[in-house]
Design a protein around this ligand. Structure first.
Ligand SMILES: [Zn+2]
Length: 352
């Protein structure tokens, strides 16, 4: 304790050691003070991402100060500003843009922060939004319109940013193209279906891991839904008259990659932001070469992409689905809900 002042404490949800979800617990930590250029927010809503599960488990070389507090998506109300912050005042409603970077290299200078050698993610490499208060660089906040729910802003931010860069910037989806989204219920895929529609895709087909998860895919305009246990690539190819898809979104990885290579059209693109079933599928270079397929990786996105996609979210043209909402004290249930694979849309935690 520092002499001469009270130390304010806050409640957060996190862990002291990597491992299973049973390591997660309510923790008390010192309330963070914003340094120069930083802003502190009182967190109204945090959203969980698969990333949060990976961080609890940990990986070789990951060395985080403990207790670690996750949550890369957050929205709330500004309650303190650090020196030199002029864009925000106490009381502003804000949502977090989760990419942290050096701010000084050539990639940062052109806005490509996710290509920065020191690119880190709020809540992954730093303490995140699963706390009553969180400190964020002012450059990582965006104002939320007064009439827009903070919960929906938190639910949208990382998934819509990721899906936007993946489809619009990386895959360069154009009007009239045909899109296949493999795996329907995750936040990124539900966002991708909507963005494909907004971009004027001719049609959007979806491979659903469970039939009940296809409801939102259809609601957002998917014209065809295939069961993932079937020979879906054959069905999907037949539905396109054998031509295949201009853009295939595959974030499932090992379990589906071979079929995605077959479903993509000659000259088409496969784009990925992850591999939930594993990172090591067979590459099948003969398919890639003969069909002249572009394999594209994508992650997070730029501040400009964030502003573009969030403006569409705030205008109601894109919509984040909220699966469930838990108080901070039930943080363990929130993680379990995400880990169960049953969630359709985002799992939200309300710290305050
Ligand atoms: Zn940089």
């Amino acid at each position: 304790m520092r002499a001469g002042r009270f130390v304010l404490m806050m409640r957060a949800f996190g862990f002291h050691a990597h491992g299973g979800l049973d390591n997660l617990q309510l923790v008390e930590v010192e309330t963070p003070e914003p340094a120069a250029g930083e802003v502190r927010i009182r967190v109204a809503a945090a959203a969980l991402n698969r990333l949060d599960l990976f961080v609890v488990k940990g990986w070789r070389g990951l060395d985080l100060p403990k207790p670690h507090i996750g949550g890369s998506d957050g929205a709330g109300v500004v309650d303190a500003v650090g020196e030199g912050v002029t864009d925000f005042v106490v009381g502003d409603r804000v949502v977090v843009y989760g990419s942290l970077s050096c701010g000084a290299c050539a990639d940062c200078a052109r806005g490509e922060v996710s290509l920065c050698a020191t690119h880190r993610v709020f809540g992954e490499h730093s303490r995140g939004a699963l706390a009553e208060q969180a400190v964020v660089p002012a450059a990582n906040l965006l104002k939320v319109p007064d009439d827009f729910p903070l919960e929906n802003a938190a639910a949208a931010s990382l998934t819509f940013l990721t899906a936007w860069r993946m489809l619009v910037t990386r895959a360069r989806l154009r009007a009239g193209e045909r899109v296949l989204v493999v795996g329907s219920a995750g936040g990124v895929n539900l966002a991708a279906i909507q963005i494909a529609q907004l971009a004027g895709a001719a049609d959007v087909h979806v491979v659903a891991t469970q039939p009940q998860k296809a409801v939102h895919a259809r609601r957002f305009g998917a014209s065809h839904v295939y069961a993932s246990d079937a020979a879906w690539h054959k069905e999907a190819l037949a539905a396109t008259g054998g031509r295949g898809f201009d853009v295939v979104v595959d974030n499932v990885g090992e379990a589906t990659w071979g079929k995605s290579l077959r479903a993509v059209a000659r000259g088409g693109r496969i784009v990925t932001v992850g591999g939930t079933t594993g990172y090591g599928p067979s590459a099948e270079i003969n398919q890639i070469m003969w069909k002249q397929i572009d394999i594209l990786g994508s992650t997070m996105g730029t501040r400009a992409e964030f502003e573009t996609v969030m403006a569409l979210v705030f205008a109601g043209r894109l919509e984040a689905i909220v699966d469930s909402v838990f108080p901070l004290s039930d943080g363990a249930k929130a993680y379990e809900r995400l880990a169960s694979g049953q969630a359709v849309g985002k799992v939200i935690v309300r710290p305050t």
